[in-house]
Design a protein around this ligand. Structure first.
Ligand SMILES: [Zn+2]
Length: 375
């Protein structure tokens, strides 16, 4: 009898210890303050809650970095971390606001658009919590690696079936925390809907001309190394895609499906006057065929399982190099942003131009790496 009690006590203590360590780790991630540095050419930083006060003081509020040129012109908003487990978008947003200098027009950068999704990760998928980069001065900077969905601490419980408000489209319950199924959003809705509403309202209020949403997808997913464009943005997107292909960057063009609701490229195109674009890069750390999922896989994209998948012809990206490093994925996003700005300028009046310098070129990013461009 005494032995049984002893055994139970030992098991209880072990469980409390494991629970305590895990709880501390989750708590630390939840409250981790990312060291996003304000770029020297950033002219203003404001909170997204300016466009939906319901976000004030919530994990859904996030910083908007403004790069406004001396000359008037057109405007662009760039969204990173719509899906917070797609880090190339997050890092491309940060590199953009820390390095770009806008001479004419305005660029708004929101590197952490689903801020709540960055505060947790998919622990059962074995995904890492953080990513680290070494800057030119040898300093280490730490960034959040998050989840595809809003943190359940901020939005719970999920319904059995998620009904998209403005279309009535139904999806599985967990999609209620997928920001990219919540546009155009609801002013007083779930946290994800309120974030989406703020973006729609910001674009409408400021009359933002173009919007680019940065994503990554698993190499076995058909929409990959692709740009998805709303029908009004097709001219700009097709010109940009041609430019990228001439640069040797593999990019395909996909029309935004008319009947698939809640996504930026559909709803921001329908509910605002912006040219809505979304970019995808291949990322093995997201795929179902991947092996061990750690920070190294996120940063290098090296996975032997994907080498086999590539040999079997199962992938939609060229994985013959056996890697898909973060500098390649961030470089693709930045090259895309530059190409779509050029295409936008070609199709816009002289007083609506966007003139920007300092965005790292694709080849530079490939040879220097992401850390080189972090302050
Ligand atoms: Zn995504």
């Amino acid at each position: 009898m005494k032995k049984t009690y002893m055994r139970a006590a030992v098991i209880l203590v072990c469980a409390a210890l494991v629970g305590g360590i895990a709880g501390y780790s989750f708590y630390k991630k939840r409250h981790f303050k990312e060291d996003i540095v304000q770029g020297e050419n950033v002219t203003e930083v404001f909170n997204l809650s300016r466009y939906n006060p319901n976000l004030e003081g919530t994990a859904g509020d996030t910083e908007v970095y403004v790069l406004k040129g001396e000359k008037e012109g057109g405007s662009l908003v760039v969204l990173g971390s719509t899906h917070a487990n797609e880090p190339a978008g997050h890092m491309a947003g940060i590199v953009l606001e820390e390095n770009a200098k806008v001479n004419a027009g305005t660029i708004y950068v929101i590197p952490s658009i689903n801020h709540s999704a960055l505060t947790h990760n998919d622990a059962l998928d074995g995904s890492p919590q953080y990513m680290h980069f070494t800057t030119q001065s040898g300093e280490t900077r730490t960034f959040q690696y998050g989840s595809r969905a809003t943190n359940p601490i901020d939005q719970w419980p999920d319904p059995d079936i998620y009904t998209h408000k403005s279309s009535g489209q139904t999806l599985s319950g967990s999609e209620t925390r997928n920001l990219n199924r919540c546009y155009p959003g609801v002013e007083n809705g779930t946290l994800s809907e309120e974030v989406a509403y703020a973006v729609t309202n910001m674009i409408n209020t400021l009359g933002i001309d173009m919007e680019i949403d940065l994503h990554e997808s698993s190499p076995e997913y058909a929409v990959n190394n692709a740009t998805v464009a709303h029908e009004r943005a097709m001219t700009i997107a097709s010109e940009g895609v041609l430019d990228l292909q001439l640069e040797g960057i593999q990019m395909s063009l996909e029309p935004s499906p008319v009947t698939l609701h809640g996504l930026t490229h559909r709803e921001l195109g329908d509910y605002t006057h912006t040219y809505a674009l979304l970019m995808e890069t291949g990322n093995p750390s997201q795929g179902r065929l991947r092996g061990r999922t750690d920070e190294e896989l996120v940063l290098t994209g090296k996975d032997p399982c994907y080498v086999i998948a590539n040999d079997l012809g199962l992938l939609y990206v060229d994985y013959s190099s056996g890697e898909f490093p973060i500098e390649l994925r961030v470089g693709r996003h930045l090259a895309g942003i530059s190409a779509y700005i050029d295409a936008y300028n070609n199709n816009s009046d002289a007083d609506k131009q966007i003139d920007v310098e300092g965005i790292p070129a694709y080849d530079e990013m490939l040879s220097n790496g992401v850390g080189y461009y972090l302050k």
